[in-house]
Design a protein around this ligand. Structure first.
Ligand code: OSB
Ligand code: MG
Length: 377
């Protein structure tokens, strides 16, 4: 397919409820959406970079820059056979994986539609239903957190993950376990601890957690390996795994027993599949992480989660947990048993609410094969 133009747009979407991690409280998302105009079907991608470079080094603004200045010009006017050919076109730009992923995933969407295949089949997926968990942020009070957990347990979610940080950890786990001794529970520290706190981290072992996600530095596996030797709870790496080589190194070092795969964090679906394959080869279970995505990113996550190594429930949950109205139709829904049924229609499998997307847009720019057209047209 020939890439004729790329529309970049920023939409703003308030969250139904704030989402707080050890690094930040988010109340409204600023989301970068891409539309790929080709000589065939139109492809859409969502950039998962946050409002600030606090989760990793990228933000919506660095992604906008990387796409506008480098990535879009490098593929505009090109004829691309397969989305798997895209990473090689982007190689000269170091990092900026979330920016790259947004564009590559739009190519996957267009390719799947051109081939009349559901995206999940094009990726090599095998699971027709995916198991869902939820990620629950730090709340104003433990009571508020317990109420949220109750809602999600009743909704059928198959794993509850709570965000933690020093001062919001063991006391909170204690209260959760008193009330729900048997639910599948995990925690995510987003790098809130250091190795000096090892005695404190050892206390987490009392709570029968499925895993602790990224307890130490965001870019580390060496010290995670040291920590994993001293705690019983399985470490799951999120931030630190940027590609399949990282996955291989972390696994060989013993830095984790579980890996969270986020499509954007590793630079797109091609690399996400490679991370999945590396983990599968080593018998390391993986699950699909989330970045508070709107419907486009969410539908890419659903497709990825159908690969056979995704054996643990992911942070892929219903649209209504995040948004009053999602930008896709139908919205993502989760069954009372905690599963999402994977759509069988070509491409990502969800229609777009283009009027709503227009309404939410605060800036947009269309880039064309020859020269750059600034404003919308
Ligand atoms: O570490 O998994 C994380 C959200 C923003 C940044 C980092 C993370 C998260 C989540 C939310 O945990 C998962 C979701 O989309 O529900
Ligand atoms: Mg995480």
């Amino acid at each position: 397919m020939k890439i004729e133009a790329i529309t970049m747009r920023e939409i703003r979407m308030p969250l139904v409820h704030f989402f707080e991690t050890s690094f930040k409280r988010t109340t409204e998302r600023r989301i970068l959406l891409l539309t790929l105009h080709t000589d065939g079907p139109e492809g859409w991608g969502e950039c998962v970079a946050g409002e600030d470079p606090f989760y990793n080094e990228e933000s919506i603004d660095t992604a906008w820059y990387a796409i506008e200045q480098y990535l879009a010009p490098w593929i505009l006017g090109k004829t691309i056979k397969n989305a798997t050919d895209v990473p090689a076109l982007f190689r000269q730009l170091r990092g900026h994986r979330m920016a790259k992923g947004a564009l590559e995933n739009a190519v996957w969407d267009a390719e799947a539609q051109a081939k009349q295949l559901p995206l999940w089949k094009l990726l090599g997926g095998t699971q027709k239903e995916i198991a869902c968990g939820v990620s629950i942020g730090i709340q104003n009070s433990v009571e508020q957190l317990l109420e949220k957990i109750e809602t999600e347990v009743n909704a059928g979610y198959r794993r509850i993950k709570v965000k933690c940080k020093p001062g919001w950890d063991v006391q909170v786990f204690e209260k959760i376990r008193n009330r729900w001794p048997d639910i599948v529970l995990s925690c995510d520290a987003n790098s809130a601890y250091t190795l000096d706190q090892i005695d404190h981290l050892k206390e987490f072992d009392r709570f029968n957690l499925l895993m602790i996600e990224q307890p130490l530095w965001w870019d580390d596996f060496y010290y995670h390996a040291a920590l994993q030797k001293q705690i019983k709870t399985s470490i799951c790496l999120d931030e630190a795994i940027r590609n399949s080589r990282d996955a291989e190194a972390a696994i060989e070092l013993g830095a984790c027993r579980i890996i969270n795969i986020k499509v954007g964090r590793v630079g797109g679906l091609t690399e996400a599949i490679a991370v999945h394959n590396a983990a599968r080869q080593a018998n390391i279970p993986v699950w699909c992480g989330g970045m508070l995505e709107a419907g486009i990113g969410r539908s890419h996550n659903i497709a990825l989660s159908t690969l056979p190594g995704f054996t643990l429930p992911g942070d892929v949950s219903a649209s209504k947990r995040y948004w009053k109205e999602d930008i896709i139709d139908p919205a993502v829904e989760v069954s009372s048993q905690g599963y999402i049924k994977v759509p069988d229609t070509p491409g990502r499998g969800f229609k777009l609410k283009t009027d709503l997307i227009e309404k939410l847009t605060v800036r947009q720019s269309t880039l064309r094969a020859k020269g750059i057209a600034g404003a919308a047209d």
